[in-house]
Design a protein around this ligand. Sequence first.
Ligand code: TYD
Ligand code: MG
Length: 437
Amino acid sequence: MGKCSACGDWNTLVEEVQNAPEAGGNAPRAKSAAVVRLAEVQTGGGVRLGSRIAELDRVLGGGIVPGSAVLVGGEPGIGKSTLLLQLAGALSGAGRKVLYCSGEESAAQIGMRARRLGVAGDVLLATETALGTILATASELEPDILIVDSVQTVAVESLASSPGSVAQIREVTSGLVQFCKRRDMAVFLVGHVTKEGAIAGPKLLEHMVDTVLYFEGAKGAPFRILRAVKNRFGSTNEIGVFEMTGQGLTEVPEPSALFLAERPMHASGSAVACTYEGTRPLLVEVQALVTPNAYGPPRVTTVGVETTRVLLMLQILEKRSGLHIAGQDVFVSLAGGVRAVEPGIDLAIMAALASSHMDRPVPEDTALFGEVGLTGEVRAVDQARGRVGELGKMGFSRCVLPRGNADALAKEGVSPGGIRLDPVRTVSEVLDQLFGM
Ligand code: TYD
Ligand code: MG
């Protein structure tokens, strides 16, 4: 049936495999479960496998946990296969046995790519799309790590629906996850993302695995950001930064330099924020464009920051600083395809908006961080010391920051090393510091 007779929606019915009920009455004849004391559980010592790709290890929470299932999602062409092939090469170079199962490309294609990437030749490769065959191969070869590219191409023979359908994705994933958990084998699954930005298949897929990583990048930019959106073994704030080159993905251990590389000098509408991503400070350029509205109702468009945050900053500027931006079109974006959800970016958003509106540049040696509250007060954020340190490293000489943070730094006796700290308490003080108004 195409239409559900209960709710009336189309294409929502999902095929289920029904196990035949056992003969002999309906009393459950299950054995009782094996129960152990929590203190006596075998944990494998918490050993993680280092992947030799530091940016990936960080996002995973410090390496690969044996027996864990990791889903790597991303749009087609973003570099998922490249990343996993390089991972396979790095792991096999470290003496691990890796089985790479691809249902997407032929062995010759993968071989050619591996040679171009300089991937070590000991990776075991199978081009296979039947789940049963993949599991049989894995149980025979007993690799430390199994890579399946992609869940959408693999199918369970007992289901009539085609590969990539919701029912298939669910069966394939649960089959792989259960198999690998029992054998302490880590499994990496590739999942394509639909245009709407969700991993094709139900949200259910994300519940079945331990870790969900998204591989993202801005159109046309060489940077790729690996982000954990779920992690049973680590924080979800960490990001890994890569650059796509002719020789595959290379790590970017100092992403601030990269994100500021093309920053315009003496241009209005640009402000540098010092945000925090996981355990790492990150400098990003906030760009704003405030223009008279000429076509239809005024719009606020954002890339990389939340629209509600920008709207809030606009309202606060309007009410607390005497700048009248209302009725104009506003665009705000983070350069380089980064995303920031952390409140410490507020001051830079505000500075970029005010700068574009007045057509006056923010001094280029100055960076900002701090949260802005509804009454226009500037609130302290965490990790002030790390943020100021990063500014020093990147050659900035002045930092506008919340008074609370400046006081705390002074109390801790932190000397900012050549950086002038300009504490602010209110939005008007920020504008005064930046534009002398
Ligand atoms: P791929 O890993 O195939 O993406 P996915 O598996 O996510 O669909 O990456 C494909 C893109 O990456 C392709 O458009 C070309 C680019 N690329 C490079 O620029 N350099 C390289 O060394 C490789 C292998 C790919
Ligand atoms: Mg691919």
